[in-house]
Ligand binder design. Structure first.
Ligand code: CP
Length: 311
């Protein structure tokens, strides 16, 4: 299996084999991260621009560190201090970056489809770092990587995604990756945030939190995306926490060796009790660590690298 895509825009269009290839290469890069010298030269001479038009902590720093570990030159574009504020379009911005020899643009944008739009004319490689409520492909990849490393497989696992599914790009990327790799996916949250249309994708939809968590091998908790909700979708965060937050009683219904996941940022006391977020079954910080290896793998493959070519 070889990689032959110029961009990473979503997981919906990837095959199970392509997803598995990224996970396998990420494993090689995780081993690089355990060496004394954690840097390799596969992106030497390449320029990576982090173009984040929405806030980020994990994804932006993880891409920056991934590119630096691969020996690329890295530019962090700050939207607030850029000519986007003066009315310059995204297309003109990227054309200008290309004139300064950008080889990769890592884009986070509030508009669903923004990376796909750029890919129609860009000479550089476009990587989607989260577009609106559409997809967040590297988050989906690092989540399935974390599950596979811990459980040894994805196929046949019962994975519950609990929270704001409707507005979540993380949910969509997770759903595509998990279904393609053979997991059983259950979605749960308030009915206003978990529409039945997801059943047509192949997911189970339930608004009963006990039913959703009982016997699950993995529970992935999602933040309420207040910034994307145009109207009130539930009465209060207090009521949300009472009805859908993961607490000790609900966590006791999970499989005894279940993984508790969250893409971050966490709202402690809302979607998850603090003790559970920091507890033994939580792999939240492991997800962050694995994100670095996954993003190194994505950059390497898109640059034309192949498995086993890492020195
Ligand atoms: N998980 C995630 O996308 O986090 P950031 O918004 O901090 O990048």
């Amino acid at each position: 299996m070889t990689w032959n895509r110029r961009h990473l825009l979503d997981l919906q269009s990837l095959t199970a084999e392509e997803i598995t290839l990224i996970l396998d290469v990420a494993r090689e890069f995780r081993a690089v991260g355990e060496r004394d010298v954690k840097k390799v030269g596969v992106l030497q001479g390449r320029t990576v621009v982090n173009l984040f038009v929405e806030p980020s902590t994990r994804t932006r720093i993880s891409f920056e560190l991934a590119a630096l570990r691969l020996s690329a030159d890295v530019i962090n574009f700050t939207a607030e201090a850029s000519s986007l504020k003066k009315g310059e379009t995204l297309k003109d911005t990227v054309r200008n970056l290309e004139s300064m020899s950008a080889d990769f643009v890592i884009l986070r944008h509030g508009a669903s489809g923004a990376p796909h739009f750029l890919s129609r004319f860009a000479r550089c490689h476009i990587i989607n770092a989260g577009d609106g409520a559409h997809e967040h492909p590297t988050q989906g990849l690092l989540d399935v990587f974390t599950i596979r490393e811990r459980k040894g497989r994805i196929a046949g696992l019962k994975v519950t995604i609990l929270g704001d599914i409707l507005y979540s790009r993380v949910a969509r990327s997770n759903i595509w990756a998990l279904l393609k790799l053979g997991a059983e996916v259950t979605l749960c949250g308030p009915p206003t945030l978990v529409p039945r249309v997801f059943e047509q994708w192949g997911c189970r939809v339930t608004w009963n939190v006990h039913e959703a968590v009982r016997g699950a091998d993995v529970v992935n908790l999602l933040r309420i995306q207040h910034e994307r909700q145009r109207k009130t979708m539930f009465p209060s965060t207090g009521e949300y926490a009472a009805l859908f937050g993961l607490n000790q009683a609900r966590a006791s219904l999970l499989h005894p060796e279940a993984l508790i996941m969250h893409p971050g940022p966490i709202n402690r006391g809302v979607e998850i009790e603090s003790e559970l977020a920091d507890g033994e079954r939580s792999v939240i910080l492991e997800q962050v660590a694995n994100g670095l290896a996954v993003r190194m793998a994505v950059l390497h493959l898109i640059n034309g690298g192949q498995p086993g070519q890492i020195c």
